[in-house]
Design a protein around this ligand. Structure first.
Ligand code: FAD
Length: 278
């Protein structure tokens, strides 16, 4: 059975970061991903840098998808970006609401991602393949799991082709989410987002903010390693490889790696899963 891989980057802030990302991409190219995606700072803060990385990836012969978050944006501004994307030959967009950056008060003309998806379809028809976000452990601001699922359905009904999930370490959460989505008539692929563990302290902070759970047994074990980065890396690889294997065995259609602009962990995970050539 073939598994589609996709890999996410963030746009670097410095020339050195851009150079490092080129080297990272060269190594990850061996995995022949379906596409690479590049995140977008809500409020448009990374617009130019996101596009620059996307265009470099495209020039290297890979499908590249900019993320586009709509919070703080106007319809005219998004229309202009869509025209820019189309003019550059971009064919895939990861469409998001985003989170209002601190200090920014104007939420703009889109309240939720379903409105962005609807707008993209109304403006550009089938020009773009649209990916949206999904939350197996529920979005932290959602009123209830049911509401969150119905809101996910709104994005699909508005025209999303596929979904990528927030990362999680509990395969059951994904399984339940997919089953509930299917029961609601949602048929699009739901690709699990995979976060390899490079630094536990960073992961713990980030997970608290985005509502992804690190199971207690894992958290305690990571904490017990203190600053021993080799042990953190080794244990992280073991648990994430087991998670990926279980997801594949349970029929996940693909894996989307949050690479954090690093190649080593993603490559090693794919090697263990038999998804890499060497
Ligand atoms: P939505 O789908 O709009 O959902 C947001 C909240 O509103 C949820 O609680 C939902 O239940 C509720 N909701 C949705 N629709 C409605 C409605 N019609 N009525 C009432 N309530 C509703 N952020 C960035 O800034 N840049 C990125 O590049 C980026 N990439 C990401 C990639 C992936 C794969 C994922 C999973 C997340 C990414 N994020 C990114 C984070 C994302 O922007 C945040 O999680 C954000 O808080 C929600 O975005 P969303 O598109 O899921 O929003």
């Amino acid at each position: 059975m073939s598994i589609e891989l996709s890999i996410e980057f963030f746009p670097p802030h410095t020339d050195e970061g851009v150079e490092k990302l080129r080297a990272t991409r060269q190594r990850l190219a061996a995995l022949k991903p379906e596409f690479f995606s590049v995140t977008y700072g809500a409020g448009g803060s990374t617009r130019e840098r996101t596009l620059a990385v996307v265009m470099e990836i495209a020039a290297e012969g890979f499908d590249a998808a900019p993320h586009l978050s709509c919070i703080g944006s106007t319809r005219a501004g998004v229309r202009e970006m869509l025209a820019d994307f189309a003019g550059r030959g971009i064919r895939r967009i990861v469409a998001l609401r985003g989170d209002l950056p601190s200090g920014m008060v104007d939420a703009g003309e889109f309240r939720y991602a379903n409105e962005l998806v609807e707008f993209i379809r109304a403006e550009t028809g089938d020009r773009f393949r649209i990916e949206v976000a999904a939350y197996p452990e529920w979005h932290p601001q959602s009123k209830s799991p049911r509401e969150d699922l119905l809101n996910f359905k709104r994005k699909v009904d508005a025209g999303a082709d596929s979904a990528i999930t927030q990362y999680f370490y509990n395969a059951d959460a994904y399984g339940h989410f997919v089953a509930e989505a299917r029961a609601l008539g949602i048929t699009v692929p739901i690709i699990p987002g995979i976060m390899p563990v490079a630094s536990f302290s960073k992961l713990a902070r980030f997970s608290d903010a985005c509502g992804a759970e690190i199971p207690r047994w894992m958290r305690r074990k990571f904490e017990s390693f203190g600053d021993d980065t080799d042990s953190i890396r080794a244990f992280g690889l073991d648990v994430v490889a087991e998670l990926c294997q279980r997801l594949i065995d349970d029929g996940a259609p693909g894996l989307h790696f949050y690479s954090m602009n690093q190649s080593g962990l993603t490559l090693e995970l794919c090697r263990r899963l038999g998804l890499a050539a060497a």
